[in-house]
Design a protein around this ligand. Structure first.
Ligand SMILES: [Zn+2]
Length: 191
């Protein structure tokens, strides 16, 4: 149970929201998680739509990954073929799940963002949107001039980044357990 206090009217109630969703056993929840509505609660007293923040885990035993949304560092030992990640915000969780659900290497995707941001002189965060099923190109979104823009990156750039990850064992060594793999994590390797 999750204790909810409405930030607009102070209405209190207990919400029955699962702290862990396994999408093999509960595939019906995947859509609401991915569109973010799972994390929104409409206050029954005043109608405000509130983004809930609580420790939450998304597990896909078939695609072999777990993403944990938590403000605190957690340790977890996982099987070698299981990718475990920690994220801090709901938006980060959705992006991470999109990457791993597309069966992409998230370290390589962060590298793609790093090199693309430098090449294109983009000083804001890139968000992974999707991979084209035909040509394998990756689409990212970013905010510029007050609007959301889309950026397509060739599949070859991703392949090159996968090569760098494969040749740099440190990446995998430092991403065991529930690592927080994001832009700052990649930056720490590039200094
Ligand atoms: Zn309210």
């Amino acid at each position: 149970m999750l204790d909810f206090t409405c930030p607009s009217c102070n209405h209190c109630e207990s919400l029955d929201i699962p702290a862990l969703v396994n999408v093999r056993t509960n595939p019906e929840l995947k859509e609401s998680i991915m569109d973010g509505s799972f994390f929104l609660h409409e206050c029954p007293a005043c109608g405000a739509s509130v983004l809930l923040k609580f420790p939450f885990s998304y597990v896909d035993p078939d695609k072999r990954f777990l993403v944990r949304l938590s403000g605190e560092e957690t340790r977890l030992s996982l099987d070698d073929d299981f990718v475990g990640r920690r994220v801090v915000e709901v938006g980060d969780l959705l992006e991470k799940v999109r990457i791993l659900d597309a069966e992409l290497d998230d370290i390589a995707v962060e590298l793609v963002k790093y090199v693309t941001s430098n090449d294109m002189n983009i000083h804001t965060r890139l968000w992974f949107s999707k991979q084209d099923p035909v040509d394998g190109n990756l689409t990212f979104a970013y905010a510029a001039d007050g609007e959301l823009k889309a950026l397509s990156v060739g599949a070859g750039v991703y392949e090159n980044c996968c090569g760098i990850v494969a040749r740099t064992p440190e990446f995998k060594e430092k991403s065991t357990g529930l690592a927080l793999v994001d832009d700052r994590w990649i930056d720490s390797f590039m200094r």
